[in-house]
Design a protein around this ligand. Structure first.
Ligand SMILES: [Zn+2]
Ligand SMILES: [Zn+2]
Length: 173
């Protein structure tokens, strides 16, 4: 059985990565490893938007997917976009995906720092994007982690777990 690899992009706290890895193992049943951090890919930076192109970064990291990787999840400490939207929490293409931490920090919304809330949000987005790599689409159940997050309120409403229907689709019960 291959690994779920976390690929930190830019400076990402070790504790956060460890927390996400451990929880992902429990949820998806694959062992998880963290690769060493890569720099922020400046060639994916869009100067007009002040953001990085999510799909471009996923393409880059997917090309260097470790041979023992089942899935690869970039954890980026930069703001990400795809065409047609203001920002994305994350994106998945094939067996690779990425999440951005930028919009997950309470400070981003003028609130007080809250590590517990921050890491829980990061985990939800990680589980969500990996869910796509396992073939899951968006779920109408608002408390299911596969529900689409349009904004941070949506992320806060949903749990970290797959609902019964989504779990059944990937053979986890
Ligand atoms: Zn999604
Ligand atoms: Zn669901």
């Amino acid at each position: 059985m291959g690994y779920i690899y976390l690929q930190p992009i830019g400076e990402v706290g070790e504790e956060l990565l460890h927390y996400i890895c451990t929880r992902l193992e429990g949820i998806y049943g694959y062992p998880c490893r963290t690769a060493s951090s890569t720099g922020v890919p400046e060639d994916q930076y869009n100067m007009n938007r002040g953001q990085y192109y999510a799909a471009g970064i996923v393409g880059d990291i997917a090309e260097r997917m470790p041979p023992d990787a089942e899935k690869l999840l970039g954890v980026a400490n930069v703001d990400l976009y795809v065409h047609g939207v203001n920002f994305v929490f994350g994106v998945a293409i094939g067996n690779a995906a990425i999440i951005s931490l930028t919009h997950l920090r309470p400070e981003y919304y003028g609130r007080n720092k809250n590590e517990t809330l921050f890491r829980e949000r990061a985990l939800k987005e990680a589980v969500h994007e990996l869910g796509h790599t396992f073939g899951l689409g968006h779920c109408p159940e608002i408390r299911c982690v596969m529900h689409f997050s349009n904004n941070i309120e949506d992320t806060d409403i949903k749990g970290i777990d797959l609902c019964g229907s989504c779990s059944a689709k990937i053979g986890k019960n």
